[in-house]
Design a protein around this ligand. Structure first.
Ligand code: 3PG
Ligand code: MG
Length: 402
């Protein structure tokens, strides 16, 4: 028997572990198992210490009721294969099946409970409703380990409220992720470059705000770049545009200039006249960023921009990257994302810190064939790492510190 962190002796105890097993699925096929792999060490350590390990997690965003396509069953099966252990599966989260499965666990055995978001109490904004559900989850265990870094920014029953009801400890994955996040925020080695992509500017406002004071270079690509190009007065054709954010982007550009932070925007763009849909062969065309045709949809940063971005990134000592540069799922629009990923690996090779943040970017680098260890760290948390960099308090971390 053995101990785990602040919990001390866990042998023979039922330990509820909140993991983030929210992996992309194609039907029941897992297309990127990074989050499952990242969750293994904590589960393995607890099982080896003789705990009866009860894993709770979510998949997707079901609306508080069971939906087959969001079942964790295939994920539990893969977890068992990777652990090299039998993993029991409960077909509900706190009901009869969960109670039976937990009661049948022997020391060192592992069970996974069905998608915690099949229960309305999990994500409820009503404290009492969430609390009532947390009571039921807590009743299944003697202690709680918080290891789902990807969800620590959510004030949800299995992340937050349950920690108030059981002796608790931070899991190894959350501790490792926090360590890297601290290196990014407390005196990062300079130059410090941040690359942001993905579709929506509105998701990234807080982080841009904060980074204007912290980073030396802010490189922007992906769907969100068109709102910045519009803010510079350029037409963006039929590209993604958040009209209501144009003024905000203009303000960021002005503030960055004052603060001496370089915002790097693409100078060329790969456009097509339709979004890739599999039925039609892509017809990519490279155009200057200030001359996107009226019928053009921007789908990647262009080759000149890819080289420029790579040069800035490769010259940095610290890099954080969140969000693909283009529609990387289609090879014709993957070059910008590949160029950035490649440059991050150069930073790693020369001893700098390169961090890939978030589910989408992590899936992108793996899909493009990069090895995980080519980067300093691949975070399992997209929203969580962005909120950390924004300087926000993460409820799932704060609750562990009480
Ligand atoms: C994620 O995929 O970013 C995490 O699993 C959190 O999921 P959520 O954004 O649905 O809360
Ligand atoms: Mg505490």
């Amino acid at each position: 028997m053995g101990s785990y962190g602040d919990l001390g002796e866990v042998g023979g105890k039922r330990v509820l572990v909140r993991s983030d097993l929210n992996v992309p699925l194609d039907g029941t096929t897992i297309t990127d198992e990074g989050r499952i792999r990242a969750s293994l060490p904590t589960i393995q350590a607890l099982a080896e210490a003789g705990a009866r390990v009860v894993v709770t997690a979510h998949l997707g965003r079901p609306k508080g009721a069971p939906e087959d396509r969001y079942s964790l069953r295939p994920v539990a099966a893969r977890l068992g294969e990777l652990l090299g252990r039998d993993v029991a599966f409960a077909t509900d989260t706190v009901g009869e099946s969960a109670q039976e499965v937990v009661a049948a666990l022997e020391d060192g055995q592992v069970a996974v409970l069905e998608n915690v978001r099949f229960n309305p109490g999990e994500t409820s904004k009503d404290e009492a409703e969430r609390g009532e559900f947390a009571d039921r989850l807590a009743a299944l265990a003697d202690a709680f380990v918080s290891d789902g870094f990807g969800v620590v920014h959510r004030k949800q029953a299995s992340v937050y409220d349950v920690a108030q009801r059981l002796p608790h400890a931070m899991g190894g994955l959350v501790a490792a992720e926090l360590e890297v996040m601290r290196r990014l925020t407390e005196e990062p080695a300079r130059p410090y470059a941040v690359v942001l992509g993905g579709s929506k500017v509105s998701d990234k406002l807080g982080v841009i705000d904060n980074l204007i004071q912290k980073a030396d270079e802010l490189l922007i690509g992906g769907g969100m770049v068109f709102t910045f190009l519009a803010a510079q007065g350029h037409g963006v054709g039929k590209s993604l545009l958040e009209e209501d954010q144009v003024d905000t982007c203009r303000d960021y550009l002005a503030r960055a200039e004052q603060a001496g932070v370089r915002i790097v925007l693409p100078t060329d763009i790969v456009v097509d006249t339709a979004f890739p849909d599999g039925d039609r062969d892509p017809q990519p065309q490279v155009v200057p960023a200030d001359a996107i045709p009226d019928d053009g949809i921007g789908l990647d940063i262009g080759p000149e921009s890819g080289r420029a971005f790579a040069e800035v990134v490769a010259g940095a000592a610290t890099v954080f990257w969140n969000g693909p540069m283009g529609v990387f799922e289609t090879p014709a629009f993957a070059d910008g994302t590949r160029a950035v990923a490649e440059a991050l690996t150069e930073v790693t090779a020369k001893g700098g810190l390169s961090v890939v943040g978030g589910g989408d970017s992590a899936a992108a680098v793996r899909k493009l064939g990069f090895a995980d260890d080519a980067f300093g760290h691949i975070s399992t948390g997209g929203g969580a790492s962005l909120e950390f960099l924004e300087g926000k308090t993460l409820p799932g971390i704060a609750v562990l510190e009480d």
